[in-house]
Design a protein around this ligand. Structure first.
Ligand code: SAM
Length: 271
């Protein structure tokens, strides 16, 4: 997998590229991440990449030329081939107006061979980048950031950890929050590894079992694996119902889940 990031602040990515799973995945060659300075594609001696908007209005806008020229220098597949799904490449524009990023999108991008992430700045980017160069616009949430760099870092991290081999124990990415809504819910319900199946993850504890009088739930030290599995599933349902009820609506629950959900809902009505 290759990830190209286009930005006017290339140094911004020093931190996100250099730690943990992303760093390891780069070191072992699972992903190659290149950061490109858009100012290198400016044509004047001031390396100007922004300009005032036509029609007037506040602020400056990132110009189209340096972005088009930078993407062209990467020799990605033609846009028509990318958007028709004939190439496993995607050019993504980070934008508050884009489709909201989620685990499903991360999975789709992780299946690509190459993704290009374009970071906007100022009041935004010349619209022709969205209309004629990028394949999709992605937002990382319903708020406005000063630039696309944080969004690109978020996407890069979420995608990299899904590349097979990037996370030591691949089962852990399958049982995380949101994961496997499609793959794991075809009637098989909770498994021995407590796959999240589109719910939020269950709670995790580690030693010491008694920390300042805050004790680990007894079931987790009981050694009874079926009880542990049920407890985790119930806890995942409870957390999801409390924090993200929309997710509970979307998943297919088996009979055991439905019974656990009824218990959880009962707990809440007593509180
Ligand atoms: N005028 C734009 C608007 O109202 O949608 C906001 C521009 S913002 C100040 C500058 C850049 O930050 C955008 O071009 C985009 O690349 C990035 N950005 C801002 N919010 C974002 C978000 N929620 N997700 C992804 N990128 C975002």
């Amino acid at each position: 997998m290759k990830i190209d990031i286009l930005t006017i602040f290339p140094d911004f990515f020093r931190g996100p590229l250099d730690y943990g799973i992303v760093r390891r995945a780069r070191e072992v060659g699972l992903v190659s991440i290149a950061v490109h300075d858009l100012r290198a594609f400016a044509h004047d001696r001031h390396r100007t990449v922004d300009d005032r908007p036509f029609g007037g209005g506040e602020g400056m806008v990132l110009k189209a030329e340096p972005i088009f020229e930078c993407v062209e220098s990467l020799e990605v597949a033609p846009r028509q081939e990318r958007t028709a799904g004939r190439s496993k490449q995607s050019v993504v524009l980070l934008s508050a107006q884009g489709r909201r990023f989620d685990q499903g999108m991360a999975e789709a991008l992780a299946a690509m061979e190459r993704i290009v992430l374009i970071c906007g700045r100022y009041e935004g980017i010349d619209e022709r980048v969205s209309a004629f160069l990028a394949d999709r616009e992605i937002s990382i949430g319903d708020y406005v950031l000063s630039g696309g760099e944080l969004g690109a870092a978020v996407i890069m991290d979420a995608v990299t950890r899904l590349i097979p081999g990037a996370v030591g124990n691949s089962a852990s990415t399958r049982q995380e929050s949101f994961s496997g809504a499609k793959e794991l819910l075809v009637g098989d319900g909770p498994t021995s590894t407590c796959s999240s199946g589109g719910l939020l993850d269950y709670p995790h504890y580690t030693r010491p079992a008694d920390f300042r009088g805050m004790n680990v739930p007894e079931v987790l030290v009981s050694g009874n694996h079926d009880e542990i599995r049920r407890w985790r599933r119930r806890a995942a349902l409870k957390k999801t119902l409390s924090n993200r009820p929309d997710l509970v609506q979307r998943v297919t629950l088996n009979e055991e889940d439905k019974a656990l959900l009824a218990q959880v809902a009962g707990d809440d009505s007593e509180n």
